[in-house]
Design a protein. Sequence first.
Length: 250
Amino acid sequence: MSRVLITAGASGIGRAMAEAFGAAGARVWVADVDATALDDCPADWGRTVCDVSDEGSVAALFGEVVAGFGGVDTVCLNAGIAGPTALVEDIRLEDWHRCLGVNLDGAFLCAKHAAPVMKAQMAGSLIVTSSTAGLYGYPNRAPYAAAKWAVIGLMKTLAMELGPFGVRANAICPGSVEGPRMEGVLVREAAAKGMTRDEVYAGYASGTAMGRFVEAKDIAAMAVFLASDAARLVSGQVIAVDGFTVNPDP
């Protein structure tokens, strides 16, 4: 895992991943669509502005990373957006396409450009950030759930195609993660359901056996494990980090 690329790595889960990999001794490169957030990252990280839904941007990113690192050992396919919070009949097609464009197309494009590099090395680890929405589905989140189910299918196919070259692929499914993105979801869902933000929050928390949200550092710790030699034969797996969801429809 000595050379790690993380998409959407300048904030949130991606930033926590970058910090955890750095603490584990890895060389870190972060890509993000937010140039200002990238400017706030540590100076010793590689940094590239990248829109993962645009193939030209992704190709340029991998060109920079390979030139700078001489290859890449781990790619965290982490970029994603929450998408609209609405009943399916109220979702605009353009919002559907935008959500899948970042969450699904972005993962595909990064995997497409990582695969030749890792196959040539005969080693590598691809870690896809899915969601518990990709395990159960969620009302009022049709585009997001569809994308997060789809990236699991993509991951399993990558594990099959790339396994003979020593490349592993796995997916992490975070539950409700404390932070700005989930905060926006809570507010929008509260409005859609005629509830308060705190009522929605309590519903999500009570839907887990451990009765709480997870933190970005919990997701990051799993990513570091999956990239490590301790997980050298772990591939094609979907691992939830969610406090055990027992009621996916809070």
